[in-house]
Design a protein around this ligand. Structure first.
Ligand code: C2E
Ligand code: MG
Ligand code: MG
Length: 718
């Protein structure tokens, strides 16, 4: 089209030269028309070629009467009408309001800027800034208008603002109350009515005293009131009263509104009902301080209460007692009869205990089947004993439920303050130690804490400290106890047993320190030292051309972790000892951890060529079913079964069973602690392979052992 129009123009111009005046004028006006079409066409194609619609400023062209003649991509995007829909319509179709400000249509000249409300195709009304300019033809006469506009996103009219604010106030979740300068309520919102129960009609005209709870003193009220009178914003928690008389906690903020002269015209308070939070807070308190099952105070609250009583006792030289009550067999009941019965039992016991005590005595549940009682004011130590007997008697009657009649016993430990201690943690610990003592002695049901109980704990601590020093100072050594074959009578091995040469106390037997080391974890260091020392000794013997029989080393179950095979491997390599020179003795306590944990480690050790012996067999958790799965080459019958041989029928039967089973599993059987010839003969006849015991030799030093083997000492087999 533009091309053909321009061609026409060129042809017209060429012909016009030859035309006369009137015809020339005619041609000129035709030419003008054609150029107009061409120009419009060029503009349209420019607009269509715009890089992106978003970048185009909305522009609307109109003729002088307001009919749309041009509609660009920006206008289409802003209003949502296509070009086809818009062109030819009167611009009023875009107006938001009926009161048309058509002033823009009567523009005389120049450009006018204004803010107007318009409506999109979607119905959405928006504010736009509008620049309206006139368009002129070549002769300078106005021939149309162009409106360029952009949407004003943040603009709100004063009415809209008011409407919006009113909505926000009305819809707020928080109660809002507005008072005038005379402190009369002038406005409230729906939340106010919901929270307080007063309708707007009931509240308006009253003072905020309407909600007064009577819970606050005059000073506090004055503070709140002065905030309402303009002393500044105020925020806090106060109690209010609902229409139905119910008191409720509220979180409030109060501010004032001033006019241009700074005079207060209104005050408003925004408040929320925080009773739910207060309830939650109370519940959390309850959970933190009380046992959920029995509703009794828990250990935390007990400690707190005893702590307070101790402070008071120091001032008034009062005495008190703390008791720990441990129910017998509670775990067994729990495990065999189940949760429900165990829980009901605990509730019933707490009821009985509570009934046996005075109101001022504190009864707490501090652990599974453990209760504690604090007597915060007693005259004499013995009074605590009386209470303990009462508590014990409270359990006398059996506990019956649908299917069972249970008899529950308990052991009670008592500590007294201020004599035994001055802080609740120590008192509780001491009462607990006394309870353990009571449990060990089935004849008594309660025991007072005594300082000896603490002595044992202190002794443990002392051993631990000394043990660390002993390891560092070379006070540890190994003795070797030979194992002899019951077929040949020859020495076929030895067990390495640790000794502690204490600078003051002489030789300390392992029974005194190994259990402490197990408890504290020091056994890991001790165990590494033992393995290392045994390997060092083997190498030393080898270097002196003494081929020692395999040496068995005891392993604590605490050493038995995934890293063990690697650690053993390193030590063997360091001392150039082959695995057949070492045996590892493990005990059944290891199996408590579950076979799936220990079997892989055992297999790894066995694969390295190390023989495993099961020590103290028959005393622990021996499960014959597991025994088959373990890569164990030796069973050591515990000394406790050997002692009774051959007179104790039971011991004979057990020894017999162990030997038979070992033979079936092709395991070597070693009898420990053989002291007499009779024991030896009996074991030999059973088919036992080896013996270890004082009959042949006690544990002896490395030198003595070397000499014994070199001399070829033999067990006389008769
Ligand atoms: P165990 O491994 O069962 O060691 C055998 C214990 O029986 C040794 O006691 C030994 O002296 C004792 N015994 C041997 N023959 C007789 C006898 O004919 N009559 C009597 N009455 N006793 C006999 P010891 O050396 O006091 O060791 C006690 C326990 O200490 C050991 O029992 C073992 O469990 C532990 N233990 C010893 N050394 C170590 C060690 O290096 N590491 C670990 N983890 N534990 C060790
Ligand atoms: Mg052993
Ligand atoms: Mg043993």
């Amino acid at each position: 089209m533009p091309d053909s129009a321009l061609d026409l123009c060129i042809a017209l111009c060429r012909n016009a030269r030859d035309l006369d005046g009137a015809a020339q004028l005619q041609a000129l006006s035709e030419l003008e028309n054609l150029l107009r079409i061409a120009k419009a066409s060029v503009r349209t194609s420019q607009e269509q070629a715009a890089p992106s619609a978003a970048a185009v400023e909305p522009a609307i062209e109109m003729d002088l009467t307001g009919y749309v003649t041009g509609w660009n991509a920006g206008a289409e995007q802003l209003f949502g009408y296509t070009r086809e829909e818009a062109i030819g319509q009167h611009v009023l179709f875009l107006y938001a309001d009926d009161d048309n400000e058509i002033a823009e249509l009567f523009l005389e000249h120049g450009t006018s800027l204004m803010e107007v409300r318009r409506r999109k195709k979607s119905g959405e009304i928006f504010w736009a800034s509008l620049a309206l300019s006139l368009r002129h033809d070549e002769a300078g006469n106005p021939d149309g208008m162009v409106a360029r506009m952009s949407e004003i996103k943040e603009r709100l009219s004063p009415e809209d603002k008011l409407r919006l604010h009113a909505r926000i106030i009305e819809d707020s979740d928080q109660g809002i109350l507005i008072t005038d300068a005379d402190e009369r309520i002038v406005s409230v919102n729906t939340a106010f009515t919901r929270i307080t129960g007063y309708s707007a009609a009931e509240a308006i005209g009253k003072t905020p005293d309407l909600l007064r709870s009577g819970r606050h003193n005059a000073d506090f009220r004055a503070e709140v009131r002065s905030a309402m009178l303009g002393s500044g914003p105020w925020q806090g928690e106060i109690f209010g009263k609902r229409k139905n008389g119910e008191i409720f906690p509220q979180s409030v903020s109060i501010s004032v509104v001033r006019d241009d002269q700074g005079r207060i015209t209104h005050a408003f308070s925004i408040f929320s009902d925080i009773s739910v939070f207060k309830e939650a807070e109370a519940r959390i308190q309850q959970m933190a301080n009380y046992d959920s099952l029995t509703g009794l105070p828990n250990r935390t609250l007990l400690s707190q209460l005893v702590g307070q009583a101790l402070t008071a006792a120091r001032r008034s030289s009062k005495h008190g007692a703390l008791m720990v009550i441990d129910l017998d067999r509670f775990t067994a009941i729990h495990d065999t009869l189940g949760y429900d019965i165990a829980e009901e039992l605990l509730r019933e016991i707490s009821r009985r205990f509570r009934a046996a005590l005075r109101d001022e005595d504190v009864l707490a549940r501090i652990d599974g089947g453990k209760f504690a009682v604090a007597l915060l004011d007693i005259q004499k130590r013995e009074h605590a004993g009386i209470v303990a007997r009462k508590l014990r008697a409270a359990l006398d009657a059996p506990f019956a439920n649908e299917s069972h009649e249970l008899h529950i016993a308990a052991h009670i430990g008592i500590s007294v303050f201020p004599e035994d201690g001055l802080d609740s943690a120590s008192l509780l610990r001491f009462a607990d130690a006394a309870m353990t003592k009571a449990r060990q002695n089935s004849d008594v049901s309660y025991v007072f804490y005594s300082s000896e109980m603490n002595e044992r704990a202190k002794e443990h601590l002392r051993i631990e400290t000394e043990l660390r020093r002993a390891l560092a100072n070379g006070q540890m050594l190994l003795h070797y106890q030979p194992k002899v074959s019951l077929r040949s009578g020859r020495i076929v091995g030895a067990e390495a047993l640790i000794r502690w040469r204490h600078p003051e106390r002489g030789m300390v037997p392992p029974g005194l320190f190994i259990p402490v080391a197990e408890e504290t974890g020091l056994i890991l260091e001790i165990g590494s030292w033992v393995l290392e020392e045994a390997c060092r000794q083997i190498r030393e013997w080898t270097q002196r051309a003494f081929k020692a029989p395999p040496i068995a080393v005891n392993l604590s179950s605490r050493q038995f972790d995934r890293g063990l095979p690697q650690r053993v491997q390193e030590v063997l390599e360091r001392y150039d000892v082959t695995p057949d020179r070492i045996k590892l003795e493990i005990t059944e306590t290891l199996l408590v951890r579950g076979p799936e944990q220990v079997i892989p480690i055992m297999n790894e050790l066995a694969a390295m060529g190390l023989a495993l012996a099961l020590d103290d067999f028959g005393t622990g958790y021996s499960s014959l079913a597991y025994l088959k799965k373990f890569p164990i080459s030796t069973l050591k019958i515990d000394r406790s079964f050997v002692i009774g041989l051959p007179r104790e029928e039971n011991d004979c039967a057990i020894a017999q069973a162990i030997v038979t089973m070992g033979q079936q599993l092709r395991q070597e059987i070693v009898a420990e602690g053989v002291e007499t010839l009779e024991q030896m003969t009996f074991l030999r006849n059973l088919g036992c392979d080896q013996l270890q015991g004082y009959l042949f030799s006690p544990p002896i030093s490395n030198d003595a052992f070397e000499q014994m083997v070199r001399e070829g000492k033999r067990l006389p087999l008769g």
